[in-house]
Write a protein that binds this ligand. Structure first.
Ligand code: ATP
Ligand code: MG
Length: 568
């Protein structure tokens, strides 16, 4: 057996012994030996005598000597590796294995963004962690804001993220049941129909005074409830919870439970006009869906009392409501109030503009779902709002796409460089330095484009390396540079420059997204568009291909002649 293997076994034995009071055993280290050198798996029988011998020997050494030998001969074994796949999520309060049910409840009123990704990933991870279920539920009870297009976009976004849900449903499909609960409330006096004006209602809420409708009897409320489905016009009447007009928590001052909305619903069209508001719908839905742990962002915290009271009074099962922080990127707001005008005024090209934090934009830009998941799970699980720098997501993304990005040459602000004594006609370049991603051929004739930035720094007499090709000495500078081949040796000190053959360079545009808002102001220079020349092999790549332009950064092919800059 070779000495390397013996040495490795000794290291593993020492480490195991030092972690277990100075004693180790064959069966404790065999799996580790195989883990260390998987090709030993089939030879483990032959190794057993050696392992036994080393184990016996290590067990005779005192613990302190084991430790010092480890430190001096096997320092690499003592480096604590961060645990892979650590989700960073704390255990869930009151969670029982196999019995956790979470839900992701978006309103189909906009495009999904990084904040939704956070919510959906946490909901899914917890369901997974406890062998439970995730329900994907569209909370679609406000037809004024909702559109079929948004249901579709949210579903596409979630599928792209790789979120696996066990059930998908719409709150609006349960509307008849929600009506029943409303009637139960009215019957039992927990709710009343209020016909006061909006102004009166807000004034009374501020001043903690009852309005006259609060005193209405059952027959008045039952009649008014009926009329909400016919006679009343939108805004004429609402169902209010009989809360506490003196509560410190303003949410409890007789909040709205249902209202009239005449806008046709994207799914049910004009079949219904009375719609529950958020608090009433969410509490009932969470309860009937069997949700055990209902997450929402912390600005909903004040609504928790109402949530629990509604279920209490309806004698329905209560899920546990939990909060987490809203997530958004610094300078990249997620709020519809801010994004919608940008799209409407044409300041960005649409909801998939690569400057935006929408999932569609991030996909186009070349951010991969796995990076988003790792990023989300790396955030500490706190309630304080998270303003994360986009860089953090970038560094997760870079680690992942580096191994799948094809290396290509690109030049910007091109300057011609002519190698007078070129003697190469064709070269073959690997598409990736480590991975087997194939090779490409390039026709060479001595005429190249190099980047303006590189050209600027060259002086006559300088030696450069044209990457993958040869070294050359500059003989003339100016609008067209000339050079002569010197040799092909590796020289660490000379500039290494990428190039594109003049005769078949391909013109593309590079879209470079920059920070969207600086000090809350829209950054008019948030999108830079650069003209570039690339190798003809670019044309053979599919849209969606990830590319690392050597010395430039990572990009994703967005169309035949356009790439989006992902990050450095
Ligand atoms: P909006 O005001 O834009 O409608 P919302 O919170 O009402 O925002 P929903 O579509 O109802 O958006 O959200 C679905 C889920 O995603 C909810 O659980 C919500 O708490 C969560 N969520 C929304 N935005 C964020 C965010 N920025 N960070 C974390 N979670 C979010
Ligand atoms: Mg919403």
């Amino acid at each position: 057996m070779d000495d390397d293997i013996k040495k490795a076994i000794r290291g593993i034995a020492l480490l195991n012994a030092s972690e277990h009071g100075g004693k180790t055993r064959n069966d404790a280290i065999i799996p580790k030996v195989v883990g260390f050198k998987p090709d030993l798996r089939n030879k483990i029988k032959e190794l057993i005598p050696a392992i036994s011998e080393i184990v016996a020997e290590v067990n005779t050494i005192p613990l302190s000597t084991q430790k010092s030998e480890l430190e001096s001969n096997f320092p690499e074994l003592l480096v604590v590796k961060p645990k892979q796949d650590r989700t960073g999520l704390p255990p869930l309060e009151g969670a029982e294995q196999g019995k956790v049910v979470t839900r992701f409840p978006p309103e189909p009123n906009g495009y999904p963004h990084i904040g939704h990704a956070k919510a959906a990933i946490i909901d899914e991870e917890y369901a997974k962690m406890y062998g439970g279920k995730l329900i994907f539920r569209f909370d679609d009870t406000n037809p004024e804001n909702e559109r079929l297009e948004y249901y579709a976009a949210i579903k596409v976004g979630l599928d792209w993220l790789g979120i696996k849900y066990d059930q998908i449903k719409n709150t609006s499909d349960d509307i008849e049941l929600i009506y029943k609960k409303a009637e139960e409330f009215i019957q039992s006096g927990y709710a009343y129909v209020c016909t006061c004006s909006k102004e009166t209602i807000s004034k009374n809420r501020r001043e903690m005074t009852d309005c006259k409708c609060r005193a209405g009897d059952l027959s008045q409320n039952t009649k008014r409830w009926k009329d909400m489905f016919g006679k009343y016009k939108q805004g004429d009447a609402i169902v209010r919870y009989r809360g506490d007009m003196h509560s410190e928590n303003t949410v409890m001052r007789d909040p709205t439970l249902l209202r009239i909305i005449d806008e046709p619903h994207p799914i049910h069209k004009s079949k219904y006009r009375v719609w529950p508001n958020y608090d009433f719908a969410v509490a009932i839905e969470d309860s009937i869906d069997g949700i055990t742990h209902a997450f929402r962002t912390k600005e909903y915290e004040l609504r928790n009392d109402l949530y629990y009271e509604i279920l209490d009074k309806l004698k329905m099962r209560k899920p546990k409501v939990l909060e987490f922080a809203r997530l958004e990127f610094d300078g990249m707001p997620v709020s519809k109030r801010i994004l919608k005008p940008l799209v409407q005024e044409g300041k960005v090209s649409g909801y998939d503009d690569p400057r935006l934090p929408t999932l569609e934009a991030m996909r186009r830009r070349g951010i991969v779902p796995e990076a988003i998941r790792k990023f989300v799970l790396s955030l500490s699980f706190t309630k304080s709002d998270t303003l994360a720098p986009f860089d953090t997501l970038e560094s997760f993304n870079r680690k992942i796409i580096d191994s799948t990005s094809i290396r290509l040459f690109m030049v910007t602000d091109p300057v011609k460089l002519i190698v007078k004594n070129n003697n190469v006609e064709k070269i073959e370049i690997s598409n990736h330095p480590q991975k087997d991603m194939g090779k490409r051929n390039l026709q060479i004739d001595g005429s190249f484009y190099v980047s303006g930035d590189d050209a600027k720094s060259l002086k006559s007499g300088d030696e450069i390396r044209l990457l993958e090709l040869y070294n050359a000495r500059i003989t003339k500078t100016g609008s067209e540079i000339e050079a002569e081949i010197t040799d092909n040796k590796f020289k660490s000190e000379i500039p290494k420059i990428q190039w594109v053959p003049v005769r078949n360079a391909v013109k593309i545009e590079v879209l470079i997204p920059k920070i969207l808002f600086v000090n809350e102001q829209f950054n008019e220079n948030s999108l830079e568009i650069k003209q570039a020349l690339v190798e003809p092999y670019y044309l053979e790549l599919n849209v969606g291909a990830e590319i690392q332009f050597v010395r430039n950064g990572y990009c994703r092919k967005d169309s035949a002649n356009q790439v989006i800059y992902t990050h450095k």
